[in-house]
Design a protein around this ligand. Sequence first.
Ligand code: F6P
Ligand code: MG
Length: 478
Amino acid sequence: YDTKQPQYSTGDSTSFAYTSTRERIPVIITQGIDDVHRETWNLKDEEASKEGKWIISELARLKHELQHDRQITPLPDLGESDVEGYNKELEALGELKWHSAPWLYSECYMYRRISSIFQQTQKWKSYDLFARQKMSTFKSSRPAVLELAARYKEIVTELESKHTIKGAKTQEELEQAEQILFVEMAEICLWGNATDLSLLPNMSYEDIQKLQGSEARKASEKNIVVNDLDKAFKILIEAQKSGKKDRRVDIVLDNAGFELFVDLILAGYMLAAGLATTIVLHPKSIPWYVSDVLPHDFAQLINALADPQSFYMALSDDEKHAGKTATPLTDSEVSNLKFLFDHWSQNHAEGQLVLRPNRFWTEGGSFWRLPKTAPSLVEDLKESELVIFKGDLNYRKLTADATWPATTPFVDALGPMGPGSGIRVLALRTCKADVVVGLPEGEDEKLRAMEGGGGDSGARKWAWGGKWAVVQFSDGKA
Ligand code: F6P
Ligand code: MG
């Protein structure tokens, strides 16, 4: 259940694993420390404040160990089910040090270790040290959110009231129009992944907006190196035509904020168009890779849409200090956002939009292990017409974060999740790490030869920055 192909290591100087561990991860921990510091500062409860200080010292210790390439130590056993797995693997890997470890394991361990620090307290158990950042970047994506809300309302209203899409007269035309919209919504959903916080800790408001508008999306289509969306649509439309009553689509979520917003745009569209009858969303259970969705983030997003005017008018302390003022939404903007709220909360209330956490998603291994360590989750996923895996980390886990040649077929890199798994996999991934598979012969070389692509350095730099994407499908048949 593990690949024989070696995995990316934090010791390989040409890998993103190397740079990431030495430069980005310490910044992420520092931001976490700052957050807890701010929170502690405002506390009146003495016990909580004492614990806050202890958390800060533990986070600082973790950062020190990492930066000074100390040995990775076992997680404290607080009775949680996943600790044994982490610690057994650590033992099997021998004396593991931060700067020469399998990147997938060591990075997951880092977030898991942070979680265990909070678990050792009384007052901070459910605290999310990244929550502040998640909500503030969602706020910064206001122009794109408003643009999408207007478009969504138009499409969904037409589908629900007239059971059609503008201009489509025959069944065939309707199907074509549905396909075009599916591709559009899925690509919006794909590029929503380019703005995650772990990769872009210092991104400005302008940068975020540039990545999110409809113009940017159109221009980005040529940056999807492999695009299997047509295959995925075919699966959904064929299931619909077969007359099957219950047709489920799963989304293994990635980031909160804007990305979750566009995931819901795609989910809501599939429900309205009858391409699915239920959508199951899989969030994480502990603060993960900075911006990943926790159940609480879903609730917060819905709450923001319930009263969008208050959400956008409320200023954070930082914004007040910077002398910022908020511009009120227009009536039609409020009404479009409320439309989203009504649609999604109705979907949720009627059981068509379900949140289903599982501790498997925050284990330290790849998805090659799914059949062995989480057999009931596999059985559950087999019930789905299509399982969409969002984002970079999910892609790394699907492909075991191994050093495959770029022309390795996607289905081969999936291992036990590939042929014969009975699971239809669709990866929607903007590339933010080293591993890439399923490329046509010569494509990797071509991209490396472009400016900033890595050239002859041995590093696949083109795949590090979220500029390029792959959309890959596997039908899970034997
Ligand atoms: O690329 C840096 C990184 O932290 C990777 O470790 C991880 O794969 C990715 O960012 C997280 O991105 P995403 O949110 O798309 O999974
Ligand atoms: Mg993420």
